[in-house]
Design a protein around this ligand. Structure first.
Ligand SMILES: [Zn+2]
Length: 64
């Protein structure tokens, strides 16, 4: 049986999962405190990059 050589980091795991948030059941989503968008619980918000009042990700404003 094939076994992964190395454990995937949580950031790689979450990067993969973020595209499937709508499809996965039993995933806890909460409204973001900053932008009110639905996001995964205990994660940095994908829309505004804020988690518990701290800006973790730079969000580039896209035209259009
Ligand atoms: Zn947000």
């Amino acid at each position: 049986m094939a076994v992964p050589k190395q454990r995937q980091t949580s950031s790689r795991r979450d990067r993969r999962r973020k595209h499937n948030i709508g499809k996965i059941k039993d995933v806890v989503t909460v409204p973001c405190n900053s932008c009110k968008e639905q996001k995964l619980a205990h994660t940095v918000c994908d829309k505004c990059g804020v988690y518990r009042g701290t800006q973790y990700k730079e969000i580039v404003q896209r035209a259009g």
